[in-house]
Design a protein around this ligand. Sequence first.
Ligand code: ARG
Ligand code: ZN
Length: 854
Amino acid sequence: MPGPKPQPVQHLADYRPYPFTLSGTHLDVTLAPRGTIVRARLELVPGALPVDLVLDGGRGLDLRALTIDGHAPDPAHIRRDDETLTIAAAALPSAPFALETEVAIDPQDNTAFEGLYLSGGIFCTQCEAEGFRHITFYPDRPDVMTTFRVIIRSDMPVLLSNGNPVRQEPGLAEWHDPWPKPAYLFALVAGDLVAVSDRFTTRSGRDVALNVWVRPGDQDRAGFAMESLIKSMRWDEDVYGREYDLDVFNIVAVDDFNMGAMENKGLNIFNSKLVLASPDTATDTDYERIEAVIAHEYFHNWTGNRITCRDWFQLCLKEGLTVFRDQQFTSDLRSAAVKRIEDVQTLRARQFREDQGPLAHPPRPDRYEEINNFYTATVYEKGAEVIGMLKRLVGDEGYARALDLYFDRHDGDAATIEDWLLVFEDATGRDLSQFKRWYTDAGTPMLTMEEAWQDGTLTLTFAQSTPPTPGQPAKPARVIPIAVGLIGPNGDEVAPTRVLEMTEAQQSFAFEGLGARPVASVLRGFSAPVMLRRQMDDATRAFLLAHDTDPFARWEAGRELALSALTDLSQGRDAGADYITAIGALAADDAADPAFRALCLTLPGEEEIATRLASLGVTPDPDAIHAARDDLARRIAVAHQDLLARLFDDMAVTGPYSPDAQAAAGRSLRIAALGLLGRIDGGDRAEVLFGIAGNMTERMAALAVLLRLGRGEAALRILHDEFGDNRLVMDKWFSVQVMAAPPDQAVAVARRLAGRKDFDWKNPNRFRALLGGLAANHAGFHAADGSGYAFTADWLMRMDAANPQIAARMSTAFETWPRYDATRRGHAQAALEQIGILEGLSRNTREMISRMIA
Ligand code: ARG
Ligand code: ZN
């Protein structure tokens, strides 16, 4: 098979410090869409031994001039290849010297959105991970840190960079960032922008100017982002004792952005979908996400910027910790129980899925070809789970002490996972050598539990094992914190939560002195990212769903009921009666949080059902899964018709829209009821709601119901008429049509939409709306005739030439292909191979393909 050809691999074990010290960086940038001129002055201090100076920077940099201490070196001492520029040791002074370069670059041509590029007339940058090398020649690695002085020359009205402004005059701005930073945190923005502004006074009295910069006309949709920023700044002071450290904090929204957002020092750049929101254009989920990502990027100022990563293998040092912090923030601001359940759902949908396939890797990988391929659910979400376990093991106080020590000891450093763990060992006296396996070993541990009851003692026996993952055939036992509580037969809790520390492959724990046999509530709060298997009948699950005091475990009991019903149904076995009864009782409990009830009423997605089947060794059949889920949803609706109708009516919010957690909770229950009722009312309620709802949350929910029933045409037209010129709403318009299409029509719908003039595929959001929408339509993407795979492969090849990061990321749609039947596998493999042999395929996509067909 003609697989992709090998390319250079980076290994953690090969780390060497940079042989020069960089003591200052001066940039002078004259902006032009074509032919931007970048003059750079690097103040370098050589080490004791003479070595060549190697700078990153490839063919895209048009080198116009190069001097060392003002003199041009002999050209024979300068070498260039596709990725670097080398100045021979013989041409370098032995004392500190200044290297000055002048290059020309072409932002307008930059469709990869890495380095300096234009987005809708705005100049902006994205440098993480290795984008700065597309701006100038530089030691582009996170352990090379220095202060930056930046001059921007342009006619654009707003000129921004990192740090504090030191000079503003027509056509020129100068910025100085006093905090040493690696190049990946550099940013520059220039454009016709307007700000929503506010101020924040830090605990120690620093007055900070805050700005959210958007395009003229978008100001009225930037207020929520500003509120979120202020809440984040206060929270980080209150909870972590971390203050902001510059006189200004700028956020800029741009329409073309490869990821969600970026924490550049003092100048965060955001995908506009994570800034702009108004009730008529954004859903409750959008609002919650904006709040969380604004917080995430702000929190990076300490966990990422003041303390950064030594090398990119350590990416989870900043990302895992910052995700963990933004999760804490959201649980403090909203419902902690609901947030935990949502986070576990995300983890399972994305990270467990990743772990189950050929792309599995540890939170700290030890090899990569293209680092941009490792901004994954494993590095981010599992990285956060690992910190949650650490906190559970050392306790809240131990965690607080360790974090204080971390900030004290490593402020200004480029640190490693070893540094991080040592801080916890020093602060708490605990040996974390076994715990470290969570960082170095891939895969989701499978935890099985058995129970024995005798003479008032309940003994729980656990066994752990982790399936093989690429490059890691066998794995030793890990430390697993298992939070357990006991519920007595009358529904009262007889033993509060206790964290069992499992360290062996197999281990027993006894609960003594019990009167009657209790039901064990296990893995409360999802205390470890494992798959728990235990023998439990549906009646006991229903008992926990009714009585567990731990909200996660309670939800989980319902989830397990649903999953066992759905896996049975999808294999042709009758099931679901117990679940339908139990879920009705819970939904009717008006004392419970509506958001919690909504989560319980929402069936697991088809992807999650497939993942469950695969973990049981069953080949998932996408069509059967789809039919099983439809069937169960319809039966719930039939059984609880009156209750659902009552909830739908009761949860109608009158008065002006508010995105807060409580109002959103009511809407989420209303929407859950609507989705189920749509199975039996022909979509009548959805049609009415679409027409009268004043907010996008309810309108999108109604639209999805209508589309599933094949009667969404009118609503689509209305939405298009109203919002045809609003990119973010139109992204939803594209994605919902593909996601909610009946599976046998999904590819045709996607194909028709891709032919539209407004399918601006080079815009990452629009591309993701359509191709990501198809990937999210499980039975549609995995159509047995291979049409979903072929369609996706065609677009990946096209996108790869323009924007490799987006193509590579979207290729993960295929990551589960080995678990399907032979026919589907054949189609998927053919699609992947076709991509793999494409002439000129990027390093990004090449690495992904070769890992997937290894
Ligand atoms: N550090 C950013 C964040 O998590 C993500 C930037 C990722 N960029 C990339 N090109 N992979 O907030
Ligand atoms: Zn981050």
